[in-house]
Design a protein around this ligand. Structure first.
Ligand SMILES: Nc1ncnc2c1ncn2[C@@H]1O[C@H](COP(=O)(O)OP(=O)(O)OP(=O)(O)O)[C@@H](O)[C@H]1O
Length: 226
């Protein structure tokens, strides 16, 4: 399936300053795009805008060439979004969390497939332990095990490497490359270099120093594109 997520002339203001302004981007199948920038530069906000979670912005987001207001359901059915918090239930085991997620996504999956996914993220032997008893990195790995199960083409990952050790980062980088090679697309924020991802595309936020003029007008323009 060919895939296209696009933003045109996005502008987002928070607390009287522009996070970004005049921002264009296009993400297609086969690509990994890293959104980078310092803390508070708007990376998470941009991801949420592109996934339709935040709408108080200027500009337009398009999925497969259609404005998001008309294509939201279609986008969501192709989207796997993993936010910067692990978003797992600590009272449930790793296995139960995975099965719960798959049920929520209406993508029923066998117990064996879930066990295999946990094995692939290095959690073999930890399947039946309540997640509250797992380390921070292990909890993150439970969340990332969803990447092994989901058939969805567009992965939007906000700081997926948080608390992951060096070998785990390398494996996850490889996973992103494989997904892109299979025709998927990945939008990822991270402070890691992603040096193992060939043809990595980058979008840098944080260069906008402009404040919003009184009354909401623009005082500062800048463009960035990816
Ligand atoms: N709902 C909101 N209301 C007001 N301000 C917000 C809201 N969401 C985010 N912000 C502000 O927007 C700015 C960008 O936040 P965002 O979380 O997008 O940054 P980030 O680049 O992802 O940061 P980090 O690298 O620390 O995760 C911050 O200054 C934040 O306080």
């Amino acid at each position: 399936m060919s895939l296209c997520l696009e933003a045109r002339q996005l502008a987002c203001e928070r607390d009287g300053r522009w996070l970004f302004h005049g921002l264009d981007l296009r993400l297609s199948d086969g690509e990994v795009l890293r959104v980078e920038g310092p803390n508070g530069s708007g990376k998470t906000t941009l991801l949420k805008i592109l996934c339709g979670q935040v709408s108080d912005v200027e500009g337009e987001v398009l999925w497969q060439g259609k404005p998001l207001r008309r294509a939201r359901a279609e986008l969501l059915s192709n989207l796997l979004y993993i936010g910067h918090a692990p978003a797992i239930k600590k009272s449930l085991t790793a296995l139960e969390n995975l099965r719960w997620y798959q049920a929520m996504a209406a993508e029923p999956i066998s117990m064996g497939a879930c066990e295999q996914a946990l094995e692939r993220v290095g959690l073999s032997g930890f399947e039946d332990i309540p997640c509250g008893q797992l380390s921070a990195g292990q909890q993150r790995r439970v969340a990332l095990a969803r990447l092994e199960l989901s058939p969805r083409a567009l992965w939007v990952l906000d700081e997926p490497f948080t608390a992951i050790d060096v070998s785990g980062v390398a494996i996850l980088e490889q996973r992103l490359v494989e997904h892109a090679h299979r025709g998927g697309a990945v939008l990822v924020t991270t402070h890691h270099a992603l040096s193992n991802i060939p043809d990595l595309r980058r979008l840098h936020l944080g260069q906008y120093q402009g404040t919003c003029a009184p009354g909401g007008g623009r005082r500062h323009d800048a463009t960035s594109s990816a």
